[in-house]
Design a protein around this ligand. Sequence first.
Ligand code: ARG
Length: 392
Amino acid sequence: MHNSRMGRVIALAAGVAMSCAAMAGQAFAAPPPSLPGDPTPQVVGGSPAAKGEFPWMVRLSMGCGGAMYSESLVLTAAHCLGSTGPNTSITVTYGVVDLQDSAAIRRTSSYVYKYPGYGTSEGGDWALVKLSSPITGAATLPITTTKSFDTGTFTIAGWGDTSEGGSASRYLLKAQVPFVDDTTCRNSGAYYRDLIFNAELCAGYPGGGVDTCQGDSGGPMFRRDNNNAWIQVGIVSHGDGCARRNAPGVYTEVSTFASAIAAKAAELGGGPTPPPTGKVFENTGNVDIPDAGAAVTSSIAVTGLTGKAPATLKAGVDIKHTYRGDLVIDLVAPDGTTYRMKNASSNDSSANVITTYTVDASSEVAAGTWKLRVQDTYSADTGYIDSWKLTF
Ligand code: ARG
C-alpha cells in the first residue's frame, strides 16, 4: 500500500469504531436472490442466516463482526480497534442471529492485540480480542493455513449496513461472493491501486449488488475446505462504497497471517482448545457380518467431550473372520464423513482383524455417534465384529 491509500486506510481505521458503531453497520448492500422461505424477501443485499448456521459469528459492541477463534479469542479486524493492550470496553455477543434475542451469550473483553503490520506497507488488518472468561463449548471457525482456498466462492455474513450509507441489520445476514484476482482487483479503479497483493484478498461480482458494508468489518469471509468443513479465508476490511459495480470488497488474506495469528493466540493463552486425549469409548456387542452381503455397522455414542476429535483418533477393532482379505472397514464420523481404514485384498487369507487404526479426525466434532462399518465383499468365509473402541 502506498501513501495515498495508507492515508485513506488510516483515516478509516481512526474513524471506524465510531462510525461503525454509530451506523450499526451490517453487511450486504445489494439484493442477493431471495431464498424460498425468506421471512423478508425484500431484505437488501443478503438473506437471513438461520440460527446456528454460522455458530462462531460474533458481534462486537463497537459495531464490528468477528469469528470465534477459540473459546476465549475472537478474530476480527485491526481497524475495528484502538490499540494493543488491556481493554475491557468491548462486549462480544455470541450464539444468536437476532441481536435482540434474550438467549444471547455475552462476554466483556479483557485484552486486545492489534497486528502491528496494519497501517504499514505490510498490511494485515487483523486483531485478536480476548474475552474476560471463555465461552465454554463455543463453536470455532478454523482459519486456512494455505492459499489453496483463496479462490472460488466465498460466504460473507454480518450485521452491517444493508446498503451503502444505509442502516444496520438486527438479524445476521449472509451472502455469497466470488473471488476476484489481485490484478483485476487493483485495476478496478483508483481506490484499489494500492492493493497489497499478499495481505489482501478481493471478492465481489463485476456488476456489484452483493457485498459487505460498514459494520461488517472484522467478520469472517469463509468457504468449504476439502472435507466440506467451513474454513476462514478472509476478514472484512474495506471497499469503495458498498456493492458498487467493479468495486470488490477487500478482505484480509488470512492465509498470509495464519501462522502469526496462531502464534499470537497461543501466547495470549487462548489458542484452540487441545483435543481431549485418552478417553476411551467401546462397544463389545457382537455383530454378524453377512457373507458377501451388505455392510453392517456397530455404533459408539461419544458424550462428554467438547471440541474436535484428534488428528490421531485411534480405532481399535476386533473382528473375527476366517479370511480377512474379504473385509472392507470404514469409520463413519457423527456427521457421516467416512474414513476408509481397510480395503479388501483377495490375497490376504489370514484370519481376523485385530488391530488399531489411526485416523486423522481433526475436522470432526468429537461428540456424537461414530460407527464402525464392515462389509464382506467375497463369498465363502464369514465372521463377526467382536468389539471395537475409540480412543480420543
Ligand atoms: N470498513 C468497513 C467497516 O468498518 C467495512 C467495509 C467493507 N466494504 C466493502 N465494500 N466490502 O465496517
